[in-house]
Design a protein around this ligand. Structure first.
Ligand code: SF4
Length: 363
């Protein structure tokens, strides 16, 4: 079996607490990422999903080597990323590129688009001005824009077009890995689907692997081969995208899925009921779990006593993924089976509706 392209192992990132409102006050350290491990194969897409503050962007920034982790390791191909000194090799910058959420802030407003895209070409491929401009034109056409756009400024484009320019600039270095940090969340819904379709087409054409950071599980499911679900600095579930979305094994993933609106009123009714049931466990939660406990313990409708005492060990799921939840080893002992097996009436109804939807013939 070939080695994965990206290998993140037991990564921990802690931000030191700053000063409080009073001179003698010191705020506690912030554990942004704790013991995170994941792999991405060449040409694959891994979705890193979770709510704001879960640590997914911090993990992405560590892969980009914008910050140095406190412990653990990151390898990308032959690069020992955590072993870099203060200076990150130019070859690594060429191999890993990023598309940020806000295309307005990530494109230099004083440069024309041709110069923005030509800059990495001149740095990494030592191209002369003419060759760089010609290649920049090709890249613009590849992302669905035209050569005459080379001489325009970023403010002359719509949000979706600016994100296309950001993608063209990122692909200019022919990277092995593209970190996509919420690439569509600032765009309207119809533009979101255009950019997602563009990214999928470009991956088929170039073979670039993606680390897609998003809070929207619906977008991630549509785009990714595998998904890692993060909650409060911890990866809590990892596996094949379809398996996770159809048979979640972690209560937080179940809650995320129940939160996705469905156009079918029957399915939506069941989802709303499911969400209300899950929310009952959230009532009274303080949102502050002890550091070594399960971070979801204060919100989890299935929490056991052990959940407040220790973080769970990884358990292999029936579908071949990994889940970190005490339900699989204590209490009901799910042993890697879907959390829906903690059957409730709404689960049974939801499954029946899903079965009917699958069985219904296409018209
Ligand atoms: Fe809920 Fe416990 Fe599982 Fe955490 S470990 S998700 S609190 S059941």
């Amino acid at each position: 079996m070939s080695e994965p392209l990206l290998h993140v192992d037991d990564l921990t990132i802690v931000f030191p607490g700053g000063r409080g409102a009073l001179p003698w006050q010191k705020l506690p350290d912030v554990r942004a990422v704790q013991h995170a491990s994941l792999v991405i194969d060449a040409g694959d897409t891994l979705g890193l999903v979770g709510e704001s503050g879960s640590g997914k962007t911090t993990l992405g920034r560590a892969v980009l080597r914008f910050l140095q982790p406190d412990s653990g390791s990151i390898r990308l191909g032959d690069f020992d990323v955590t072993g870099f000194g203060r200076r990150v090799p130019t070859a690594y910058r060429k191999s890993v590129q990023v598309v940020f959420q806000d295309p307005v802030g990530s494109l230099n407003p004083s440069m024309v688009v041709g110069a923005i895209i030509a800059e990495p070409l001149r740095i990494h491929f030592d191209m002369n001005a003419g060759a760089a401009r010609n290649r920049a034109g090709e890249l613009l056409e590849q992302v669905g824009l035209q050569r005459h756009h080379l001489d325009r400024y970023p403010h002359e484009f719509s949000g979706g077009q600016r994100q296309r320019i950001a993608v063209a600039r990122a692909l200019a270095t022919e990277p092995d890995l593209l970190v996509l940090d919420e690439p569509v969340s600032a765009l309207d819904v119809s533009t979101q689907s255009q950019v997602i379709n563009l990214l999928e087409r470009l991956q088929r054409e170039t073979g670039t692997a993606y680390l897609l950071i998003a809070h929207d599980l619906a977008v991630v499911r549509h785009t990714c081969h595998r998904i890692a679900v993060m909650y409060h600095s911890r990866i809590v579930e990892l596996g094949d995208a379809d398996d996770i979305c159809e048979r979640p094994t972690h209560p937080y993933t179940d809650l995320l899925l129940a939160s996705i609106p469905d156009p079918d009123p029957a399915v939506q009714k069941v989802k709303s009921q499911r969400r209300r049931e899950l929310a009952q466990g959230i009532a009274g939660a303080s949102g502050r779990a002890p550091a070594d406990s399960c971070p979801f313990a204060e919100r989890c409708p299935h929490a056991l006593d052990v959940c407040r005492e220790s973080f769970p060990e990884p358990v292999a799921t029936a579908a071949g993924g990994t889940v970190w939840c005490h339900l699989h080893t204590s209490g009901p002992q799910l042993g890697g089976r879907p959390v829906s097996e903690l059957s409730t009436r709404s689960n049974a109804v939801r499954d029946a509706v899903a079965r009917e939807a699958v069985a219904a013939p296409d018209v």
